[in-house]
Design a protein around this ligand. Structure first.
Ligand SMILES: [Zn+2]
Length: 296
């Protein structure tokens, strides 16, 4: 498949009615649903993104979402090496806004329901188990096998519990990566979200541009590349997508001398999502059968 440099059109964005004409991360849920041919959750209000990939709806059967906490658009703009690495591992780059306030549970609740905070109910930093309909409920209803792999006791580990999906927890990011790689290898799920948090943890202590934070962000980018490689190897027989999907950005709080997020400023609100969509091997006309995987 040739590399597509397409950008999303502003169609969905302007329909979402925001003054700055940019869709929010809530658009992720209807986009995933359309790609998988699943009816969106009942509370979904956002419109699907136009990814410009010429994909018919319901073409994909495997999707892996890598949610790296707090990697914002402003941060990536100031680290072109990291951004280029993400570009190289993806087909489409989409500019989105977080929802307000840009706090982790508020944002992931919107990203995986398609609903704004006033509808899903998480409007500040609090972590109840959501009672509204979510992407994971919609996937289960459609007979899709879904899994969340997250760091134990983080927001992603808590707020989507009690659904008919599989939950895996790791002590920290490296264990989450190992679990996610294992799940991709086993090929038992149609939809996987893997969540990492080191960059967010470090920025709160040392600032979003500290040497340690940038090193953590680099690890997240390399994790995305490893997950991409794993899907290429083990999901080659599936029409598939991979998504790098941070929840919000962050800024340096001068008064407190450390990083934070939660304000209506570009550093906190603007994110870039990176989508990669790949056809099953057989659809590329290569006539390869499944055992052609090369191990590296
Ligand atoms: Zn967060």
């Amino acid at each position: 498949m040739t590399k597509l440099e397409a950008r999303m059109t502003n169609q969905a964005a302007s329909q979402n009615g925001d003054a700055r004409h940019s869709a929010t991360i809530a658009a992720v849920t209807p986009t995933l649903c359309r790609l998988l041919g699943v009816k969106p959750p009942a509370v979904c209000q956002a419109l699907p993104l136009e990814l410009g990939l010429g994909l018919a709806p319901a073409r994909l059967d495997h999707i892996l979402v890598y949610a790296a906490d707090a990697i914002g658009r402003v941060f990536l703009d100031s680290h072109p090496d990291l951004k280029l690495r993400l570009v190289a591992a993806s087909d489409v780059q989409v500019e989105l806004r977080a929802v307000f306030p840009p706090k982790t549970p508020v944002c992931f609740a919107s990203m995986f329901t398609g609903a704004p905070p006033e509808v899903h109910g998480i409007r500040r930093y609090e972590r109840p188990v959501l009672t509204c309909d979510t992407l994971f409920d919609a996937l289960a209803r459609a007979g899709k096998r879904a899994a969340i792999v997250a760091v134990k006791d983080c927001s992603m580990d808590i707020i989507f519990r009690n659904r008919a999906i599989d939950y895996y927890t790791g002590d920290y990011d490296p264990q989450v990566l190992e679990l996610a790689l294992e799940l991709v290898r086993e090929d038992r799920h149609d939809f996987i979200v893997a969540y990492n948090q080191e960059y967010d943890d470090v920025l709160h202590k040392l600032g979003p541009e500290s040497h340690e934070a940038v090193a953590a962000a680099r690890r997240h980018v390399e994790t995305f590349v490893r997950l991409w490689q794993a899907t290429e190897e083990h999901w080659a027989g599936h029409n598939r997508a991979l998504l790098f999907a941070p929840d919000h950005g962050a800024h340096f709080d001068v008064e407190r001398g450390r990083g934070d997020h939660g304000e209506d400023i570009p550093e906190d609100m603007d994110v870039l999502h990176f989508w990669r969509v790949s056809p099953a091997r057989s659809e590329e006309g290569l006539g390869r059968s499944a055992p052609m995987h090369r191990r590296r």
